[in-house]
Design a protein around this ligand. Sequence first.
Ligand code: GLU
Length: 446
Amino acid sequence: MSHYVDEVISSVKERYYWEKEFIQSVEEVLNSLRAVVDKDPKYKKHKILERIVEPERTVSFRVCWQDDKGEFQVNRGYRVQFNSAIGPYKGGLRFHPSVNLSILKFLGFEQIFKNSLTTLPMGGGKGGSDFDPRGKSDSEVMRFCQAFMSELFRHIGPDTDVPAGDIGVGGREIGYLFGQYKKLVNEFTGVLTGKGINWGGSLIRPEATGFGVTYFAEEMLKTKGMDFNGKKVALSGFGNVAWGAALKITELGGKVVTLSGPDGFIYDPDGIKGEKIDYMLEMRASGRDKVQDYADKFKVKFEAGKRPWSIPVDVAIPCATQNELDLNDAKELVKNGVKCVVEAANMPCTLDAVKYFLDNNVLFGPAKAANAGGVATSGLEMSQNSMRLSWSSKEVDERLHGIMINIHNACQNAAKEFGTPGNLVNGANIAGFLKVANAMIDQGLV
Ligand code: GLU
């Protein structure tokens, strides 16, 4: 019966043939679900696959703002409200020139299963704009965020849709977006996560994605009797996710030796630790988007225009963006003896790269499980906002750690139950899917 999966994949390919990233994410998820839909005909009967690949609602709008020279600017804004079967839509906003509906639909689709895995009541959504924050002044970013929220506010709310950050949207942008929402709605509510600590934010939220990825990787390594102590680790990117991962990996005795940016990568054989990790925050705040600054400051090797996957390491953790690690990179890593690859960015490995890792017995942690610590801690921020209380760093960190261990167990168990033990790609997709699909069936045809 798993031709049901083939039918749905081909109809998505036909209908949305130009949405290449979305198609890639649909193929990745649906191919894992063959054993599930074969085992229980109710998913086909309720047309769950046909329904789950269509967003419940997509909003697209014009964002007009004025730059510092007084010139008018026009950008496109979006919010894809993908699935609300298990909670309000939840997912980040991405501000990057590459943003289009294909990218936001892939991210929103992934978010459904990721949020389900966290065990917290959050549906899936994603949004953003093709606005490029690079080289913009603070006032320009503020005016853009205000203009963006002037439309978005009517589509979101603490029990409807709760956006957060993603690439190009950090604490500063969340502040401007929140300020504008509050002014328009006249309510102080937990409508966004990633808020500042003095106005409803949660401790550990900035570190959460990187810490969560590391906790997840630790569980993976444990299954082969290994840990981070003494391991060489390649990270890509140098933003928030890579920063959190570098902090936690170093604390656990690992040595992070690479970072990357749009300009190339740096190799620091002594390890990126202490003030070097702090410098990552400075690089990010500078808005220059150049990792070469690290090489200039700490006098290490910089390779222009290249990715870090040629450096021999035990663990590779892509933290930058989608499709940043392809089949050739995967071959190079395997040739150099990589033991574990963990996706910290969303869909950083191409489908053929993932297959290559799995075929070569490399431990592989898919994004929707491994990087779920960010949105999980957003869920914890929502809980604290609802209670009007805040937890200590220790309490949030312990909950995050527990969630990541549970996600790893859920993926392992689902992979085993459906006949592919150890395959965390299948495990994550199946465990994430079952909860949402069953909730959709319980709630009727809506
Ligand atoms: N953008 C992050 C992700 O991809 C976090 C989303 C959130 O906190 O809502 O999961």
